[in-house]
Design a protein around this ligand. Sequence first.
Ligand code: PEP
Ligand code: MG
Length: 597
Amino acid sequence: MKPISAREKRLTGQPVSPGIAIGVLHEASEAALTFSSAKPEPAAIPEELTRLDEAVLRSRAQLQKLKTRLTALPKDSQAEIAPLLDVYLHMLGPTRLMRGIKARVKSGEQNAEAATHAEAEAQAEAILAQPGTDKSSRQRRADEVREVARRLIRNLTRQPFRSFEVLPQGSILAAQDLRPAEAALIQPSRFAGIVTAEGGLDGHTAVMLRALGLPAVLGVSGLLEKATVGRLAIVDGDSGDIILNPSRDSLDAARKKLSAQARARRALSRLQHLPAQTRCGAQVELQANLELPFELKMIAESGARGIGLLRSEFMFMNRDVAPDEETQTRIYRDIIEAMDGDPVTIRLLDWGSDKDVETLARFMPDAPEPNPALGMRGIRLLLRHQTLLETQLAAILRAATAGPVRIMMPMVSLAKEVVDTREAMQRVWRRLKHRRNLRLPEKMPPLGIMVETPAAALSAPLLARHADFFAIGTNDLTMYTLAADRSLPGDMKLYDPLEPAVLRLIHLTASFAAAAGIPVSICGELASRPAAAPLLLGLGIRHLSMNGNAVPRVKQAIRASTLLACEQLANAALAAPDAEAVRDILASLQSAGSAVS
Ligand code: PEP
Ligand code: MG
């Protein structure tokens, strides 16, 4: 970040999590690296070499991913960073550095971490001591070797690249980018807000930040170049504005907004026990999405009737090994018990795309996948790794004695995936009941699917023959329909769930579900936008699942609507030429007093 300057400056990005934050800006910096230098036993040397190979694979995958994200940066930054990433990738191939590290491990004198550190230091020192070449280029090459070694050691020791613990209480966390697994480590009470240079509206990081309830703005281009660390800033998670070095007037305005928001929250909390019902009496079921267990308290206070999407990825993040059946059973059971009889829909692990759960890297094919968003992701991956699938199914079935549970499959595109998953579920049920003699619920829980690929929406009548319910995942449905990454910065204007093509698929799915007589819900982020609620009702949806914080405002929007007005709104939106026009239709209805009369 730049040195201190005192003039007020404004930047904008994607408002991904509502609320105002006033605090001192701090950059998430790299934590100190620690590792043991214990010598391996001779018999453990092959295992050390395998660990090293795995760390190389992980490092390569991370660098490839960084490369794909470069496209979001200005051209001159791309030109600077891309060759550097190529150098790192090259160094992780059959180079002198890697040969040197391996030779040290094979000699039995050092473990993989110590060998990496020692070899990199030796080579960096040798580069710096080379006579005749220009000093700054020697320094650059030595830094590159050390940087690659640091990445390798972090991957060997599973130490996160950054630590948030050292940042002062109440600060605004600023970062170039934040991975979903890093967002899962954030203690919301530590920070006032979050701002990053990269990231988009419905990426998994945005979903996590909404779950944390922290005001957040992502995709603020040039943030770290323009911001001043250690100075006051305001993050407006509703408008997407970032005010650096705010003037007294801006601070007063932000404080007024904060108090107004607190008043609005108190008013909304009075809706908690009122039904989610339109003015004409149509009932709507509102449930909560759960990303992290600490949300349970907030969900209980939100007025949500159960969990419509339990994203089980959190159990697999920031761990050395995948959680075993007992651990998973305990976690599910605690959540089901906390919901006290309200239903819980548990989604099977959705690994892949922007959810890079590092624990599971070992299950990936040897070469990093060129594009996991269009390859091994969600149920496709689980069906290839039956142990992972069956362990999770066993844990859910065992925990289902604690309350009503439904099981949901992510990223379905073919009926065969549902058939195969149901067979696996029946196999696990028989094994638990007859071989292991464990207590199970009276009936097998319903097995439903996420509709989040165009294939699933278009084949809904066929899928309805095999699935017990549908839940439309508008985040991925938008991404796959528009061929636009959900983590892209909003100023690219590519990813937009209000595009009529997406709305038509929602409408189609709702109609097919009604014809087949199976329940259908929306659990993507579109469900948490109050302005979109009348539109979704008009498209035939009566069941929404969302971030718990959003439940009161969505309920308020529903209680101000009538079905007739919602249907007129939906018809207009389906006929609209683009998302911009849909937004205008929603805005004009809002200013006329919502989808009323
Ligand atoms: C979705 O894709 O809309 C969804 C709810 O799943 P996730 O955001 O976890 O991919
Ligand atoms: Mg999804």
